[in-house]
Design a protein around this ligand. Structure first.
Ligand SMILES: NC(=O)c1ccc[n+]([C@@H]2O[C@H](COP(=O)([O-])OP(=O)(O)OC[C@H]3O[C@@H](n4cnc5c(N)ncnc54)[C@H](OP(=O)(O)O)[C@@H]3O)[C@@H](O)[C@H]2O)c1
Length: 261
């Protein structure tokens, strides 16, 4: 049986490492993250399960790091891209400096787009490929006012961009063999944002999130919300709300409340 070559970012811990472990029987890997020692440890473990593994240390908050990974994707042999690396950087916007803003948006939004763009030519040429981005339920949190939620302007913006990007791309690729999926986990028990001061009362395991994503792919889910029971009702309602605003607002005339002298 041919083994799929999977490139997983954020593979040095948490959800990315969980994906790799679940795929080890059927896939070979390019593992990406900054911590080379962690990548080597996971590579050794996956090799014992029979996988061929390349470790590619890279900082995806930098243009150079993204370029190293897009260069590897340019070889055209990756058939499964799991673009998962991310960081919270939770803080009020006023406390975040310009360089940090750039880093967080590069890691949490731009890197996904650049990596997917670099993976597509090889997948399209092979007529086979799967693109997974890991976003967050916080992508849908802009309207929430609960003060116990993290200070998340940049994170929510970047994750919302990732959701919109992946969903829209899925439609753009509808006539191809490339499948897309965006995963929106709720709180997950990983190393993510330790020390943020936020208490997370319930957290899913990283393995369950990865298992949901992979099972969701088999079910044809382009949007995977691991903890959401009544998926179709909720996502239908989301689409209906989006459509109401989009179609209702797309008129040449002003809404009546703006027509006062
Ligand atoms: N945990 C949650 O509650 C939760 C909820 C919803 C969504 N998510 C999303 O799930 C994804 C995975 O997070 P996780 O929960 O598994 O957390 P994690 O255990 O902290 O893993 C994050 C991974 O991203 C990598 N990473 C962070 N910054 C990087 C950088 N600048 N360049 C390259 N790699 C970088 C980390 O590796 P290095 O440090 O070695 O670089 C690590 O492998 C993230 O996109 C996160 O936003 C998490």
């Amino acid at each position: 049986m041919t083994r799929t070559l999977a490139l997983i970012t954020g593979a040095s811990s948490g959800i990315g490492a969980a994906y790799a472990r679940l795929l080890a029987a059927d896939a070979d890997f390019v593992l990406v993250a900054r911590r080379a020692d962690r990548l080597q440890d996971l590579a050794d473990e996956l090799r014992k399960a029979g996988a061929a593994v390349e470790a590619l240390p890279a900082d995806l908050a930098t243009r150079e790091g993204i370029a190293a990974v897009t260069a590897r994707l340019g070889a055209g042999d990756v058939r499964l891209l799991i673009s998962n690396a991310g960081a919270g950087g939770y803080a009020p916007l006023i406390d975040v400096g310009p360089a940090e803003i750039d880093d967080l948006l590069t890691l949490n939004a731009t890197a996904h787009v650049q990596l997917v763009r670099a993976a597509l030519p090889g997948m399209l040429a092979a007529d086979e490929g799967t693109v997974v981005t890991v976003a967050s339920l916080l992508a849908l949190s802009a309207g929430q006012t609960d003060p116990r939620m993290p200070r998340r302007t940049l994170y929510a913006a970047a994750k919302a961009a990732t959701v919109a990007f992946t969903r829209t791309l899925g439609h753009e690729l509808a006539d191809t063999a490339i499948r897309t999926q965006v995963v929106l986990p709720g709180p997950v028990d990983t190393e993510f944002d330790q020390g943020s001061g936020q208490t997370v009362p319930v957290a899913m395991s990283a393995e369950d999130v990865a298992r949901a994503g992979l099972t969701g792919l088999r079910l044809g889910e382009t949007i995977c919300v691991p903890g959401l029971e009544d998926r179709s009702t909720a996502l239908d309602a989301l689409l209906a709300a989006e459509t109401a605003v989009l179609t209702g607002g797309r008129r040449s005339g002003l809404a009546s409340r703006y027509q006062q002298p």
